[in-house]
Design a protein around this ligand. Structure first.
Ligand code: PLP
Length: 379
């Protein structure tokens, strides 16, 4: 495949820090480079505390657990997102209230959230910014959640660096989760960061991620190290990955983020010309990071969109469908709140296109021309 959805961007800096870590022989959690990464990540987002963990799914699980989510609690989750948002709630035995999204940015729809909060009284809401675009109703939803005492976990796995009113996403809820698996805004293979300004919540998160064993520091007596408070998890990031993460965050603002935004702007410019409708809109006062560029086919049926996708793949252009609507996974405990079942339409009519950092104008024109050839010739 020549044009990839998201090709990792690694440099000599990643190698330098990985070698550094190897030379220390310390490969497990709490490595020096991991700590530096956590500090730099915190500084980038403007949130006091960050912990590097092994996946976004694990981070979401920790976030829910730290807020005390358990059996019979309800959690609002957008119906159009990565299945991890749902799996994490399921791991807590919570009931998912799947709420449909709006069409402009594919974020949670405020009007439906309002209905869901009043009717189901959830403990937590997961606010996800999809494909690099800040969710349209973020401010209104945050206000509503404050009023009804609903905790907000923000998921910026797809939108690290995006802003609303110049404030970075990740700062609107009480906990932020950012996956950093290889295809995200920064990538280390498999991993994530969980951040919070709330000291008490953050300490709980640290404890749960480290087996729920409270006496782990050098100062604690050696014979207390195996003591635990109860069920816990082993979720901390190993040092080799923390070393890659350090290099990626150091290169993020000045290099990677700029490249990514540039690719998004090329799509905006060159797809507009031919009336190919990109899936999401940039809204007033928000700045997206264009994690994935996707196209929405209003007038093409599902079958033909699939054929187009297969044709593009055969031309070396990697494509993906939209997210599978979460309400269709029947093995989870969930309730679906919707008006028009819009997430299914988005799933059926969306093609996600190559969005790697290094795509050039000529690459994006090539992709556009292949789409046009198909539309002309086969329809
Ligand atoms: C990728 C992603 C996750 C899951 O992260 P993993 O590191 O793959 O477990 C969660 N939420 C969103 C919005 C994502 O895009």
């Amino acid at each position: 495949m020549k044009y990839l959805i998201n090709k990792p961007n690694l440099s000599s800096l990643e190698k330098k820090y990985v070698n550094q870590a190897l030379n220390t022989t310390w490969l497990s959690a709490n490595g020096e480079n991991t700590k530096i990464f956590q500090n730099k990540f915190s500084k980038f987002l403007g949130i006091k505390n960050s912990l590097a963990v092994q996946s976004g799914t694990a981070a979401l699980h920790l976030a829910l657990k730290s807020l005390g989510v358990g059996a019979d609690d309800k959690v609002i989750i957008p119906n159009y997102t990565c299945v991890s948002n749902l799996s994490a709630a399921s791991q807590c035995n919570a009931k998912a209230i799947l709420v449909d999204v709006e069409k402009e940015t594919l974020g949670l729809d405020y009007e439906l959230v309002k209905i869901a909060i009043k009717k189901y009284k959830p403990k937590v809401l997961q606010l996800v910014h999809v494909y690099g675009f800040p969710a349209r109703d973020t401010l209104k939803i945050i206000k509503l959640c404050k009023k009804f005492n609903v905790h907000v976990i923000e998921d910026t796995s797809e939108a690290l660096g995006a802003t609303i009113n110049k404030k970075k996403v990740g700062n609107f809820g009480s906990i932020n989760v950012t996956s950093i698996r290889s295809e995200k805004m920064i990538g280390v293979g498999e991993g994530a960061v969980i951040s919070s300004n709330n000291k008490k919540i953050f300490q709980k998160i640290e404890l749960l991620a480290s087996r729920n064993a409270p006496f782990r520091t050098r100062k604690d007596p050696y014979w207390k190290k195996y003591y635990v408070n109860g069920e816990g998890y082993n979720y901390l990031m190993p040092h080799l990955l923390g070393s890659v993460a350090r290099a990626q965050i150091e290169r993020f603002s000045s290099i990677l983020l700029k490249k990514k935004i540039n690719v998004g702007k090329i799509y905006l410019k060159y797809f507009k010309v031919d009336n190919l409708k990109l899936c999401q809109n940039k809204l007033n006062k928000s700045s997206p990071v264009y994690w994935l560029n996707s196209i929405y086919f209003e007038n093409l049926n599902k079958n033909n969109i699939q054929k187009l996708g297969e044709y593009l793949m055969s031309c070396g252009i990697e494509v993906r469908s939209g997210f599978w609507p979460l309400n269709e996974f029947k093995s989870f405990k969930s309730i679906y709140v919707t008006k028009s079942n819009i997430s299914k339409k988005i799933f059926n009519r969306t093609l996600v296109l190559p969005s790697s950092y290094d795509l050039k104008i000529k690459d994006i024109i090539f992709i556009r021309e292949k789409i046009k050839i198909f539309l002309r010739k086969y329809l």
